[in-house]
Design a protein around this ligand. Structure first.
Ligand SMILES: [Zn+2]
Length: 237
């Protein structure tokens, strides 16, 4: 059975690689349109995923530079809305049944990474605190979206591709679909999104669920694409 699944999936995996190779850059100068109707949304660009803590990894840490670069490009292009959805967990969060404790409110882990905090326009950031993978359940996100009805272009970055970033991009896409808002684009630059890797051998050793980073990253990018998000190779000026 497993070998059969492998065999049956081979063609699709080749197709997936081909899809990735064909991703095009998104050009701010040519494709952004009205910058006032655009916002950058980030998922979990916090210390606890990028720098230190039980869920931090160099792989996710490698996102810092591309995300900072993207924020700066967006600012230079005239964008002024930056919405940062961030884990700010209750001490006894239900999520800690599935993932080790991380990003508890009041700890360094739950802080925005210093590389973003140090940007000259950091005082314009809107922080959306969340206690789950959902950016919208029990948070201020929908309130912010309600108060910005002009929003048409959502640029989504952050970690992890298959978890909070996926939830964030999908919420923005599905909300626009559900409310029938015409002209909304959810753009996901693949170079500013990442997920963690927990190989099978290591997972067996420590008794945690395996998490194939490369595969999940690609499958979930593709899943956003098939749901109508626009996955780009990167954001350029
Ligand atoms: Zn969390």
């Amino acid at each position: 059975m497993p070998s059969d699944l492998l065999e049956r999936s081979r063609l699709f995996l080749e197709y997936l690689e081909e899809w990735r190779r064909g991703l095009k850059p998104f050009s701010l100068s040519r494709e952004l349109g009205e910058p006032g109707a655009a916002a950058v949304f980030s998922a979990d660009m916090v210390v606890g995923f990028c720098h230190s803590g039980s869920l931090a990894s160099p792989r996710v840490g490698s996102l810092v530079q591309p995300v900072v670069d993207l924020f700066q490009r967006a600012w230079r292009a005239g964008m002024r809305h930056f919405v940062l959805a961030q884990d700010t967990h209750h001490q006894a969060a239900q999520e800690f049944g599935a993932f080790p404790p991380h990003c508890v409110r009041g700890t360094e882990e739950s802080q925005t990474i210093p590389e973003l905090r140090g940007l000259p326009f950091a005082d314009r950031f809107t922080i959306v605190e969340k206690n789950s993978l959902s950016p919208a359940v029990g948070t201020g996100l929908d309130g912010w979206l309600d108060s910005h009805p002009e929003l048409r272009t959502c640029i989504v970055v952050g970690d992890c591709t298959d978890l909070c970033t996926y939830s964030l991009a999908m919420h923005l896409r599905l909300r626009a679909n559900a409310l029938n808002v015409a002209g909304v684009r959810v753009i996901v630059p693949a170079n500013a999104v990442e997920t963690y890797d927990l190989p099978v051998e290591m997972a067996r050793k420590i008794g945690a669920p395996a998490h194939p980073g490369d595969l999940f990253h690609l499958v979930f990018l593709y899943h956003m694409h098939l749901n109508g998000c626009q996955v780009a190779r990167e954001l350029v000026d």
